[in-house]
Write a protein that binds this ligand. Structure first.
Ligand code: C2E
Ligand code: CA
Ligand code: CA
Length: 510
């Protein structure tokens, strides 16, 4: 089915050319040239022909009434229905290219009206609509989706479409962040962008593609202002609201109330410390220490996860430098990364920059990625981030292994350092034959893939010993040490070093 709408691109181009300000600007120059070259006669002829051409051009190519679409009164841009039609045409009209869809929204747009009034908000929206429109090509389409939100359709390119759309998203963001003068004030706005590539749309319809872009936008907003997200299947809906306000959480992050505690990971054969997992704790001024389960959903809901990972990365790198100064050997620190954080196209650059700033080599940093995240296996941005970080030299550990349905193909796709066997397989491994069979199967697979294995949640000496017998390489859990604050780590490391140097009590695996 062919879907038709608006003037054709060729008609638009002629209309643009003949009615553009540039065309009218060359008119006096053309008349002068005609007079200089051909005298009065030529002047008279051109004086009639040029304006005639201008007027005719406008008339001949004028949009007919059936071409007109309803417009947004503030921005003058067409509305949602036109965008959906164009996206539809990308799927179904053989004369049209497939379209990628972007949804762009000015962050904290409603607050603009609160602070500066409705008129100012309208003015800003109109100006931004015009700015964005001027950055697009004649074949692209921008529509108003209301309340500071714009929907854009662009042609899909034949290759590297993800890269191209990411670049466009970044350019649109920086155009919006150019300061706006408003009376005496200079406004610095940011925008979040969600986009969907046509092959990722749940259905091959314009509505589905636009909804996908909007759901990616929602995810970008959850991650924090100025974020970009690509749509991937199964994108999680927003978490339920919580009792901690955004302001309270934000203040906690900015005033050092959110701190990492560290839990040691040790090599079973040598007993040596191989790394520390950083686990966030909220040192609440009234409520005392709060575990992550009690505030991570609220943090996610408030769009502060990205800020949390920045704070945690900063704290971890600071800790590494401190251990180095004290002569304490901590080979690597593990950071937990959620799908939201990994979906940030700027993540790799951010981590590289921070490592550089602290002069810490990449292999000192391990990123723990949930099995369920790589099991999705589809999100190109996540895969791109993980691969880039691994190539740089960071270690990638697969967290909660056994709970997330990752296939061997998914595991092979990434250059993994270790898999972390979830506690549910480790509990009672010393006495439960089923648990032993499960662990043995995982270890066999890991050996074939040449990946290390860390068992987590090892609570008892019996479990610890059995895991060594089965051939597990690393362990973490209360049997080794509970998570501890930075201050307590030096003493633990010193004690552990002297003990593990003296005792080799772990049997070698068969
Ligand atoms: P996880 O990554 O699976 O971390 C392991 C959890 O098991 C930690 O809980 C740890 O304290 C606990 N644990 C360690 N050894 C044992 C043991 O022997 N027995 C038992 N029963 N538990 C043990 P925690 O610190 O409450 O963290 C819970 C989850 O919160 C983490 O699970 C992780 O998914 C998330 N999380 C923690 N810190 C961060 C962070 O900085 N960023 C993000 N995005 N998530 C974090
Ligand atoms: Ca973890
Ligand atoms: Ca885990």
């Amino acid at each position: 089915m062919a879907v038709r709408f608006g003037p054709s691109p060729a008609k638009s181009a002629v209309r643009h050319l003949l009615t553009s300000p540039q065309f009218t600007a060359i008119l006096p120059a053309a008349l002068l040239l005609a007079f200089w070259a051909g005298g009065e006669k030529a002047l008279v002829i051109s004086a009639i022909v040029f304006p005639g051409l201008f007027a005719l051009g406008g008339m001949l190519t004028r949009t007919s009434s059936k071409d007109r679409w309803p417009e947004d009164p503030v921005t003058g841009l067409p509305l949602r229905e036109r965008l959906v039609k164009m996206l539809d045409a990308g799927f179904h009209d053989p004369d049209m290219k497939e379209k990628c869809c972007l949804a762009v929204e000015v962050d904290a747009f409603p607050q603009l009206a609160e602070h500066y009034g409705l008129d100012a908000q309208d003015k800003i929206e109109a100006q931004l609509g015009e700015t964005l429109r001027s950055m697009l090509r004649a074949t692209d389409l921008i529509c108003s989706l209301g309340r500071g939100r714009f929907g854009i359709a662009i042609d899909r390119t034949t290759r590297a479409d993800l890269e191209v759309v990411l670049q466009i998203s970044t350019r649109l963001q920086s155009a919006i962040s150019t300061p706006i003068e408003l009376d005496e004030t200079r406004l610095h706005l940011t925008a979040s962008v969600g986009f969907a590539l046509p092959r990722r749309a749940p259905e091959a319809t314009g509505e589905s593609l636009l909804q996908a872009a909007e759901s990616a936008l929602q995810n970008a907003q959850v991650a924090g202002p100025g974020s970009i997200r690509a749509f991937s299947n199964g994108m999680a809906p927003r978490a339920a609201p919580s009792e901690h306000s955004e302001a309270e959480l934000s203040e906690a992050l900015e005033t050092g109330q959110m701190i990492p505690w560290f839990q040691p990971q040790v090599c079973l054969r040598t007993g040596r410390l191989t790394g520390m997992e950083a686990l966030v704790r909220w040192n609440h001024p009234d409520l005392g220490l709060i575990a992550p389960a009690a505030f991570l959903p609220a943090l996610t809901q408030a769009g502060l996860l990205e800020r949390l990972s920045e704070v945690m990365l900063y704290e971890c790198l600071t800790s590494i430098c401190k251990w180095d100064q004290l002569g304490l050997e901590v080979p690597s620190v593990s950071l937990n990364m959620t799908a939201e954080e990994l979906s940030n196209p700027k993540l790799f650059e951010k981590i590289r920059w921070d490592l550089d700033r602290f002069d810490v080599s990449p292999e000192r940093l391990t990123l723990e990625i949930l099995e369920s995240v790589i099991a999705q296996g589809e999100d190109d941005v996540i895969a791109r981030n993980i691969n880039a970080l691994a190539r740089m030299g960071c270690n990638i550990d697969l967290d909660d292994f056994g709970t997330g349905h990752a296939s061997i193909a998914h595991i092979r796709r990434f250059n993994l350092n270790r898999i972390k066997i979830d506690r549910s397989f480790v509990t009672h491994v010393d006495t439960d034959k089923n648990q032993q069979n499960m662990i043995s199967a995982i270890l066999t697979m890991a050996r074939q893939l040449e990946i290390g294995v860390l068992a987590e949640g090892v609570e008892t000496h019996g479990e610890y010993t059995k895991l060594g017998e089965l051939g597990c390489t690393d362990v973490q859990g209360y049997a080794v040490a509970k998570p501890m604050p930075m201050d307590a780590t030096s003493l633990w490391i010193k004690n552990h070093r002297s003990t593990s140097d003296r005792i080799h009590h772990i049997p070698k695996h068969a």
